[in-house]
Design a protein around this ligand. Structure first.
Ligand SMILES: Cc1ncc(COP(=O)(O)O)c(C=O)c1O
Length: 380
């Protein structure tokens, strides 16, 4: 017999649970079944950039649900065409074509296949501490969570982030793609350096490999630009997107330059680019542009750093902040502090054993940021 639905007694337990049942959200706030209020500095793991239950997205979804929910890729669709135009319009120059899917790992999976199809090679070069998803292809490019699933794709080389020499040695004529995050999210909020990213670009061009930038976590205004690539004027061959793209509705995308050469049947997805998700994403992107959320992330992130540094505690080793992507590296384990924050009404994330990661909605209000800073001060 099933147990209490609020405790999801029927779930296959794959997540480390925090013992709370979340039933409602608005902006940067979430509410539990018992009515307790939380400030969400996880954004559903980097998803709710435009806030929970954003009204523009809710209306777009409700309207589209009455018109058309699904439409396979063999047909054109107005909502999908409109979204693709918007994505190409906001993307770094040169990314002109779009493949739509349903999640971050699917976008990386697609990029791996497209890189193979375009180059005729199978090798990958990816960064230590990098995270690109949990399906078998994307997991092959991911540094952690892989041991139980070997053998994965062969021919992947892991290199230390920001070590140009090691990258030079790894990229060769078997490399189909170099896959990097501009700022490693799960790996601890660790930014790649400008020189390293331009070396990656140069090496890929010289040696016939494609540069894939995974912006699943950094995209959609999170770092103070629409895409983190823009901080460096970086022009990838492919950019992987998901998380914040559609205001909480599942969606992923790969944006491709002319160097990507697909063909009929190379890839596909039943739900990828369905009109419902496209309507949500169009509304979410319009909201980000209208509310200038990239500027807001840059400004509020700066404010956080300034206020937090003023009162910084001895248990903090370093704060890494780019827009509203914030990593607080501790001199101790993060888990007990995450629990203490939760008890104080703040939901935050780990990023490795000693880093507290904050990814609040970019619509978070100034007073809410102040509350987060006070709570951090208390628990540290
Ligand atoms: C950089 C990056 N790539 C890929 C993924 C996988 O995305 P998803 O969980 O939507 O499959 C994540 C998820 O955290 C991510 O942070």
């Amino acid at each position: 017999m099933s147990s209490n639905p609020l405790e999801e007694g029927d779930a296959l337990e794959v997540y480390p649970r925090r013992g709370i049942s979340i039933v409602r959200g608005k902006g940067a706030r979430l509410w539990s079944a018992e009515g307790r209020e939380y400030i969400d500095c996880a954004s559903g793991v980097g998803v709710a950039n435009i806030g929970h239950s954003n009204l523009s997205v809710a209306e777009a979804v409700a309207n589209q649900a009455k018109i058309l929910l699904s439409c396979p890729g063999i047909f054109h669709n107005d909502r999908r065409g409109e979204l693709m135009q918007k994505l190409v319009g906001i993307a770094p120059g040169g990314l002109k074509r779009v493949f739509l899917c349903n999640s971050g790992t699917e976008s990386v999976e697609a990029a791996i296949k497209l890189a193979r199809a375009s180059t005729g090679r199978s090798g990958l070069v990816t960064a230590m501490r990098g995270f690109h998803g949990r399906t078998l292809g994307a997991l092959s490019a991911t540094f952690k969570y892989r041991d139980a699933f070997e053998p994965l794709l062969s021919g992947n080389k892991f290199v230390p982030l920001n070590n140009i020499e090691k990258l030079e040695a790894a990229v060769d004529d078997t490399t189909s793609a170099v896959i990097l995050e501009v700022i490693q999210g799960e790996g601890g909020v660790r930014p790649a350096e400008r020189g390293y990213l331009s070396a990656a670009r140069r090496l890929c061009t010289e040696r016939g490999a494609l540069l894939v930038i995974d912006e699943v976590q950094t995209g959609f205004c999170r770092t103070g630009r629409f895409f983190a690539c823009e901080h460096f004027g970086l022009r990838p061959d492919m950019m992987c997107l998901a998380k914040g793209i559609a205001g909480g509705v599942p969606m992923g995308a790969v944006l491709c330059a002319d160097t990507v050469d697909a063909g009929i049947g190379v890839h596909g997805s039943t739900f990828g680019g369905n009109p419902l998700a496209c309507a949500a994403a169009s509304a979410a992107i319009d909201f980000m542009c209208r509310e200038k959320l990239a500027n807001r992330a840059e400004q509020l992130g700066g404010y956080f750093s300034q206020q937090f540094q003023k009162k910084q505690s001895n248990s903090v080793r370093e704060v890494r902040q780019i827009g509203l992507m914030i990593g607080i590296e501790l001199k101790q384990k993060a888990t007990p502090l995450l629990q203490a924050l939760l008890d104080d009404g703040i939901i935050a994330l780990p990023a490795g054993p000693t880093v507290i990661r904050l990814l609040p909605p970019l619509t978070i209000e100034d007073q809410e940021i102040d509350r987060v800073i006070s709570a951090l001060q208390r628990v540290l």
